[in-house]
Design a protein around this ligand. Structure first.
Ligand code: CMC
Length: 391
């Protein structure tokens, strides 16, 4: 391979050092700053996890109050952004809108784009975490033709998001505590996942000195792909298409057929060669939410039976393909009332915490350099130019 190591897809290249997230893919372990994801999902809140990822430690009660207050102060977006939204077609995919509006934040918040100023970096980080729910809810409201709702800072981070999404100005909105807790847990499960494609994209964009809003917009664009964050939307669409358990074998056969591009969405992972610990929590949360909301969704039975059948199939066993975080999340999100097109937006909202924490870690890393992979050139050798009339 000449002077460089050839490593397509970076399967064996560590691009950075990080203290944020540890994954043992063989054992199915995921730790944030040393804390197991299952324990965080069960016992903590998204704001606690955001503090943990950003600042290195779980907050004391007082620190949590201060952090939450600080985030809350930034939940409103510049009024002019509403005009920007109105430039999009009503049927625009909300991820297309998010790519645009988050990138556009750099044009609205000039006082937090200097990456060399630690205070500006902190403000930009808080702004991004605080404004994502507002922007995500606006993208949803725009598709419905309903008015945008301003944030209500008396609610929790997640409660506020639910109200801006599902509330209308004409009526009071009661946040359902079970939905709020489930949503908060889903946010925790998506908060960070070390050097996945979108996080690597954020770091790569940031390595050139680009401002944080532009970097997070780059991450959102990368997340959209169906092999990454778009898998939650694709997984639910697939489960709905399967429809009834008797059709599962047909889809399993397709997933195994190398001449068919179809894959089981929500299955397999670059790093996990065991059950994704996030999927375990997600499956449990589906049960809780469906029973609390009294929703009977046949798609959950399809998912459970598909999982069982796949896990007993030699193809999936040999290739160590297990359900990942995206396999069950769609069932919950759909029960809460989100259309599939919003699923990846919710992933982006939560992952913003990880992106921002990783971006800050990179900027302050003394080893940081512009990301610049090399290549193995395999095109033509040098040849003389032939004028167009003689070709
Ligand atoms: N269904 C059927 N076969 C699969 C699947 C699947 N879901 N995933 C992997 N394989 C096969 C693949 O065809 C390949 O077979 P072979 O060795 O015979 O060519 C082998 O397993 C290894 O797959 P790979 O594509 O080389 O592995 P990768 O590490 O490059 O890809 C992945 C990982 C997540 C992109 C892939 O498993 C996939 O496409 N899964 C479906 C999409 C999905 O659920 N993505 C969400 C990932 S978790 C959340 C996130 O990151 O956003």
């Amino acid at each position: 391979t000449g002077a460089f190591t050839y490593d397509p897809g970076f399967t064996s290249t560590a691009s950075c050092q990080s203290k944020l997230t540890y994954i043992d893919g063989d054992e199915g372990v995921l730790l944030h700053r040393g804390y197991a994801i299952g324990e965080l999902a069960e016992k903590s809140s998204f704001m606690e996890v955001a503090h943990l990822l950003l600042n290195g430690e779980l907050p004391t009660k007082e620190e949590l109050d201060t952090f939450t207050w600080t985030i809350t102060r930034h939940t409103m977006v510049h009024e002019q952004l509403a005009t920007f939204f109105r430039g999009f077609r009503r049927d625009a995919h909300p991820m297309a809108i998010m790519c645009g509006v988050v990138g556009a934040l750099s044009a609205f918040y000039h006082d937090s784009t200097d990456i060399h100023d630690p205070q500006q970096r902190t403000i930009a980080s808080h702004r991004l975490i605080a404004k994502m729910p507002t922007l995500a809810a606006m993208a949803f409201k725009y598709s419905l033709g309903q008015p945008f709702l301003y944030p209500d800072n008396s609610l929790s981070y997640t409660g506020n998001f639910l109200r801006m999404t599902f509330g209308v100005p004409a009526e009071p909105y009661e946040v359902n505590p079970i939905v709020e807790q489930a949503m908060d847990r889903i946010f925790i499960l998506h908060a960070d996942h070390e050097q996945n494609a979108s996080t690597s994209t954020v770091r790569l964009a940031g390595s050139s000195g680009a401002n944080p809003f532009a970097c997070i917009a780059a991450g959102i664009a990368c997340l959209w792909g169906p092999a990454h964050g778009g898998a939650n939307e694709a997984a639910l669409n697939m489960l709905r298409e399967i429809g009834t358990p008797d059709r599962i074998p047909e889809f399993i056969a397709r997933a195994k057929d190398k001449n068919d591009p179809f894959r089981l969405m929500g299955f397999g992972h670059r790093v996990y060669k065991n059950y994704d610990p996030r999927a375990t929590v997600m499956q449990q949360t589906v049960r809780e939410v469906l029973s609390a909301l009294n929703v009977k969704d046949p798609v959950f039975d399809v998912a459970l039976q598909l999982e069982e059948m796949a896990l007993n199939d030699p193809y999936f066993v040999e290739k160590k393909l297990f359900p990942n975080v995206d396999f069950y999340s769609g069932v919950i999100l759909s029960a809460i009332g989100f259309p599939t097109s919003m699923f990846t937006v919710l992933f982006a909202l939560a992952r913003t915490v990880g992106w921002v924490a990783q971006w800050n870690e990179m900027i302050t890393d003394p080893d940081q350099k512009i990301g610049r992979p090399r290549q193995l050139y395999n095109g033509p050798t040098q040849r003389p130019y032939v004028p167009v009339g003689e070709r």
